[in-house]
Write a protein that binds this ligand. Structure first.
Ligand code: PLP
Length: 637
């Protein structure tokens, strides 16, 4: 850890501890006075947002944590970077085609995000990808640039197809992704009625698999796409109807979060071969759509592990461009427009969830008595002996003995051979022994496997105001790690190892895996609570998390604050969206809150008339119920 010349903890030490440079993509810094800064433009270091100060200001105005912050400038910066990478790769390889980005709405369909993508994407003719009817409706309504692509993916009924075709008639750059004969039939029939030629793209099922969590998005048994024999059969069908001129695009999607660049390279070469095959069959083509998959380095390890990636934007773009050139130049086939559908890489960095710590809990650490009571049973004496004799030579054996005696104590207790007080003393002794073992381990060269998780077991619980299921569903569903750190006090050394527990009544509602360069860490170093509020932020949560979140325990959407840096370089709040109220969540679950209130009023009236509540108490009860209904679903101060 970097300390200053006097070996003191500095903001630099915090930067290293939390791996900010590794996962932050240059977007986050720490001020010398220990606050976390968001710098949306890596090139403009002075344009920063002090997150803690912002939280203080917003809280003073009545918006409480948990708050999801959206940094619009980060979306701008990510779109600019992606386009720059492709432009450079195209220039350097003397590629004759162009690049066009498309944003898949499903990655984060919140209006502020989609609007930011459209606004900041305009100079780059950035388009949208819709995967459902609802997303298509949104895309048609919001698209302004007639040249920006509108890629129509997913299952398509007649209403979907008609809307897309009308959009094409009105001048939008609509392309259908087709992956089943039945949908091709439907599109051709509806288009014939409207007297237009649809622009079609085949979704290929590549044999090169993605690798990683979503690798089943392609490969022979994938649920998506057309194998080569289906693809040729469908092309023959088009040709037989004289409609092969409609085939303009080849599309594939390897899966999200492709962590290994080699997979991307291998896949694009295979796709380029299929593209060239279709051109030689007589299709006009023109677009090679490489789908999504450009990964985010959540753990900062720059490796091909699931939460990371072993490449950056410039290598990603260069490999795609070069892969296509290699195949098509040898066949003398014109270079197509390259389309990518990056969602995660554009939106993940723009959002951070700020949560407040409500309380902490440490493992039992009551002082041990100088001597055991006279009536202490033999097991307690044995446990005391283990505690007394732990050293670096017997550390593993001591651990086994401690666990053995702890279990023995519990057994004796349930058989009525130990009193509650004796069991409590035994458990206290056990935890003291484990702590001693842990401290001895810090001096050992080798830590046996079974003892490696002891530090996590001994860490404190930091109870935090959020719901894993609502705000970070992938941590629960997929074991995904997100970077987490305090947003202030970073110039003082955090001394407590902690795991984060949310406010749901679910033992899965916790964060106990944190990014680390070499492995996942089972705890996070945190500060002791003082009289001030203590805030942490979970970063890189802008992709997929909000839309997949659910209302477990009736905890709803969190407050959202959208921030932009204004012309003077200062942060300006451009939008606030209030989180769900309790009554909104109840109504969503089909409760009639007026009826509930009426019932409570009846009940309080009855309680009043029978003397269980006086008039004031009865009114207070109704007021508390009303305040609860109108309030935030999270803990309020
Ligand atoms: C067809 C398609 N395109 C693009 C994406 C976005 O992928 P990513 O977020 O990895 O860029 C997805 C998501 O899995 C997808 O299914």
């Amino acid at each position: 850890m970097i300390h200053d010349v006097l070996d003191r903890w500095t903001a630099e030490s915090a930067r290293e501890l939390y791996g900010v440079d590794q996962w932050g993509a240059g977007l986050f810094q720490i001020s010398t006075d220990g606050d976390l800064l968001v710098s949306p433009d890596p090139g403009r270091a002075n344009d920063t947002i002090n997150l803690k100060r912002l939280v203080d200001e917003i809280s003073a105005e009545g918006t409480s944590t948990p708050i999801l912050f959206r940094f619009s400038d980060v979306i701008r910066s990510r779109i600019e970077q992606l386009n720059k990478h492709f432009d450079r790769a195209i220039r350097e390889a003397e590629y004759k085609g162009i690049y066009r980005g498309v944003y898949p709405i499903k990655v984060n369909q919140h209006s502020q995000v989609v609007q930011d993508v459209i606004d900041y994407g305009e100079p780059f003719c950035f388009g949208l990808e819709a995967g459902t009817k609802a997303e298509l409706i949104l895309a048609v309504a919001l698209t302004r640039d007639p040249d920006a692509l509108l890629i129509c993916n997913g299952y398509k009924d007649a209403v979907y197809v008609d809307l897309a075709l009308y959009a094409q008639k009105m001048g939008l750059n609509v392309h259908f992704v087709v992956e089943m004969p039945s949908e091709m039939r439907l599109i051709l029939e509806r288009a014939a009625r409207m007297n237009i030629e649809p622009r079609l793209g085949f979704r290929a099922k590549l044999s090169s698999r993605g690798a990683g969590r979503w690798d089943s998005s392609t490969g022979d048994r994938s649920k998506f796409g057309l194998g080569t024999s289906e693809l040729i059969a469908m092309f023959d069908q088009l040709k037989a109807e004289g409609k092969h001129g409609c085939l303009r695009m080849l599309h594939y999607h390897l899966g999200s979060q492709i962590s290994d660049i080699r997979r991307i390279r291998v896949a694009v070469v295979e796709a380029a071969c299929i593209y060239s095959g279709l051109v030689r069959e007589g299709a006009p083509m023109g677009i090679l759509n490489v789908g999504g998959g450009f990964a985010v380095d959540y753990d900062g390890s720059q490796s091909n592990s699931e939460g990371s990636c072993n490449y950056g934007g410039s290598e990603y773009a260069a490999d795609i461009v070069e892969g296509i050139i290699t195949v098509l130049d040898s066949e003398e086939i014109p270079h197509p427009t390259i389309v990518s559908e990056s969602g995660r890489a554009i939106t993940a960095h723009h959002a951070a969830l700020v949560i407040n710590v409500l309380d902490t809990k440490r493992l039992e650490s009551r002082d041990l008595p100088a001597d055991l009571p006279e009536d202490a049973p033999e097991t307690l004496h044995s446990m005391t002996e283990v505690y007394r004799t732990v050293n670096s030579r017997n550390v593993q054996e001591s651990f086994h003995d401690a666990v053995y005696y702890r279990d023995d104590i519990r057994n004796q207790f349930v058989h009525g051979d130990l009193t509650l007080r004796q069991r409590a003393l035994g458990e206290n002794l056990f935890w003291h022994t484990i702590r001693k073992i842990q401290s001895v381990l810090t001096q050992c060269d080798h830590v046996p496997d079974e003892l490696q998780k002891l530090d996590a077991t001994l860490s404190d619980h930091y109870f935090c105001n959020f719901s894993t299921f609502q705000s970070l569903p992938d941590t629960w569903a997929l074991g995904q790690v997100f970077p987490v750190m305090p947003i202030h006090r970073l110039n003082s050394e955090p001394t407590r190892p902690g795991v984060l527990a949310d406010i749901t009544c679910d033992s899965d509602g916790k964060l106990d895996k944190f990014p680390s360069l070499h492995d996942v860490k089972r705890y996070l170093m945190l500060h002791e609570l003082d009289e001030e509020d203590y805030y942490l932020a979970v970063f890189l949560v802008g992709a997929y998390q909000e839309t997949l979140g659910d209302m477990h325990n009736l905890l709803g959407d969190v407050n959202i604050v959208q921030v932009r840096i204004d012309e003077s370089g200062a942060p300006a709040i451009t939008r606030r969206v209030k989180g769900d109220t309790v009554s909104e969540l109840l109504a969503y679950n089909e409760y009639d809150t007026s009826e509930m209130l009426a019932r409570l009023e009846d009940a309080t009236a009855r309680a009043s008339s029978s003397g269980k509540l006086n008039v004031d108490e009865s009114q207070d009860c109704i007021n508390a119920f009303r305040a609860g209904l109108d309030g935030y679903t999270y803990f309020e101060k």
